[in-house]
Design a protein around this ligand. Structure first.
Ligand code: 5GP
Ligand code: ZN
Length: 125
């Protein structure tokens, strides 16, 4: 198991969560508060706080992570979907363990989650 933080929610979920998909070094779970008909989170087992630290993954892991996002979307039945990473509190990040949102399903696959819409509106002000 890669380096983890004892007090991190997503480290715990990566260890013992109810996965919708699991691969080497990565898991995918349903979001507890879905913002679209299908809302899945891809979580690396390795703890990094945010996407800013994506360089902590070597080239192979980075590639594997992106492929795992695409595989997960396919596995949960999505052909069209949105992939999103919130980076930092003012961009809507609330859990400080890197995770990728996959949003889709129904006619609302293109809807923007409210936290993101707020952040974008603030940037445009
Ligand atoms: P962020 O706002 O950091 O980009 O995304 C965190 C996401 O984690 C939110 O969409 C939130 O609903 C989800 N979340 C928070 N706590 C839990 C949990 O205990 N279980 C699951 N499955 N999702 C969670
Ligand atoms: Zn963690």
């Amino acid at each position: 198991m890669p380096k983890q933080h004892d007090d991190c929610l997503f480290c715990s979920i990566a260890r013992e969560g109810a996965y919708v998909h699991k691969g080497k070094g990565f898991v995918a779970i349903n979001d507890i508060n879905p913002q679209a008909p299908v809302h899945v989170l891809v979580i690396p087992e390795r703890h990094v706080d945010t996407f800013r630290e994506v360089g902590d993954f070597d080239a192979r892991e980075s590639r594997r992570m992106l492929e795992f996002v695409a595989e997960t979307a396919e596995k949960v039945g999505l052909r069209d979907y949105r992939v999103l990473v919130n980076v930092g509190p003012s961009a809507g990040q609330t859990v400080f363990h890197l995770h990728w949102h996959i949003l889709g399903g129904g006619d609302t696959g293109a809807e923007v989650p409210s936290a993101v819409a707020t952040a974008v509106a603030e940037l445009e002000e």
